[in-house]
Ligand binder design. Structure first.
Ligand code: ATP
Ligand code: MG
Length: 413
């Protein structure tokens, strides 16, 4: 009798030498969390892969679509785990190939690890290959680049037989790269940027600036829906929301109109850096892409970065075209949400002619004239948060829970 199981492979973690165990532990923890809704029975290492088994065999079929979204996963296969006998291996290979989808050509690839199984892998290839030729008489064996490869692995006392499976998102397990604060709007770009740093192993604290109390909280709800769409990736620990409308109003009243957008961004970045210090985050992240809009010229990027004192500002999309970003947003399920128009702080008090090539000296002068420090402190004092599910490596900062102990998730609603 063979039973279906999931096998998960993870190329890049394998390259991490001494840290390998750390990366594998993080991956296991994240997978366990992602699979929370299914009847997981066992999750553990198996010869350079992860093995997952389920109480309910139907869950084995549902799991790959979830597992493939977890950063660090290179591939997910549904495998037949069977006895090491020739008959069992051949029967499992026929079952696996029957489920492989449309194909014309195939080959068998046998491998043994950590086992006393006597049969040579070349003989395994031959025997299983012959059984498959008999079962699929109109299909052809092709050694170079076949449509499907049937893998026959003997690991310890068991056989595992599987086809190519589905590709995972790759990257590294969330939590292995430290924390970042990501400036998240409800637009197309920043959700993709947020996901990209998460895929490289960062645990992300999204930070959203709302136009509240001047605008409604529509944008905040969109951001929450966007984070819900990203939830299977398990990248985001805690969402922070800053009611930004009043400070924007003040900037609009007191500062040169052309510099407004840059000054709004400077407030955002300054608050983000302070929050990063509280959170122990080591970088800020934005969804900017060079030249995409007026605020994203090199001059303006410099004029905004100037306000950040220590931390690097990561811009994963700086060299991406809008088409590529949109494609990724569609894959991630954030596209439709970002397409919705929400009145948020981005549309609030926009100047008719924003500066596209700001001079640093002028920006600094306008900034100082606003006496920004008490405003920044006020924004930090009014920060709200909601803890998100699905990111087990996230550790909340102690100082903030003390300072904002009265803020419950309901406060953000
Ligand atoms: P996006 O599609 O991410 O909204 P955009 O193309 O609209 O980006 P900008 O409006 O110039 O570009 O914003 C640049 C970056 O500033 C965003 O990618 C995001 O990281 C940050 N940002 C903009 N608005 C907000 C906001 N309301 N809250 C948090 N971050 C924001
Ligand atoms: Mg935007």
């Amino acid at each position: 009798m063979a039973d279906p199981v999931c096998l998960v492979s993870y190329h890049e973690i394998g390259l991490k030498g001494k840290n390998r165990r750390l990366f594998e532990d993080a991956l296991l923890l994240n997978l366990r969390t992602a699979l929370d809704g299914l009847s997981l029975k066992h999750l553990g290492r198996l010869q350079g892969r992860v093995l997952a088994t389920f109480e309910d065999p139907a869950d084995t079929r549902l799991a790959p679509a979830i597992i493939r979204q977890v950063p660090g996963v290179a591939r997910v296969m549904v495998a037949w785990r069977c006895a090491r006998s020739e008959e069992a291996l051949c029967a499992s290979a026929i079952a696996a190939l029957s489920e492989a989808g449309p194909f014309e050509t195939f080959k068998v690839h046998a491998k043994k690890s950590n086992t006393d199984f006597a049969m040579h892998t070349l003989d395994m290839n031959r025997v299983v290959g012959a059984a498959l030729c008999e079962a699929f008489p109109d299909k052809k064996v092709l050694m170079k680049a076949p449509d499907v490869t049937v893998h026959v692995n003997i690991v310890g006392g068991d056989g595992y037989v599987f086809c190519d499976g589905v590709r995972g998102v790759g990257g590294l397990p969330v939590g292995t790269a430290g924390k970042v604060v990501s400036l998240l709007s409800s637009g197309f770009d920043s959700p993709v940027a947020t996901w990209m740093v998460g895929r490289r192993g960062a645990c992300v604290c999204p930070l959203h600036f709302s136009g509240r109390p001047v605008t409604s909280d529509d944008g905040e709800w969109l951001v929450r829906d966007i984070l819900e769409a990203l939830r299977p990736a398990g990248i985001a620990g805690r969402l922070y929301v800053v009611p930004f409308g009043e400070v924007q109003r003040q900037v609009a009243l007191d500062a040169p109109p052309a510099l407004r957008v840059i000054l709004y961004r400077r407030f955002m970045f300054r608050v983000a850096e302070r929050l990063a210090r509280i959170e122990g985050a080591k970088a800020l992240v934005t969804g900017e892409s060079l030249g995409q809009v007026a605020s994203q010229t090199l001059d303006n990027i410099q004029a905004v970065d100037d306000v950040v004192e220590e931390l690097p500002v990561l811009r994963p999309l700086i060299g991406s075209d809008k088409v590529e970003i949109i494609e990724r947003a569609q894959e991630l399920g954030t596209f439709d949400l970002s397409s919705q128009q929400a009145t948020d702080c981005c549309t609030l008090f926009m100047p008719r002619r924003p500066e596209t090539h700001a001079r640093l000296a002028a920006v600094r002068a306008a900034w100082e004239a606003l006496r920004p420090e008490p405003l920044v402190q006020g924004l930090l004092d009014s920060i709200e948060y909601i803890d998100l599910e699905g990111c087990p490596s996230y550790r909340p900062p102690r100082s903030l829970s003390e300072r904002h102990s009265d803020l419950s998730p309901a406060k953000v609603v």
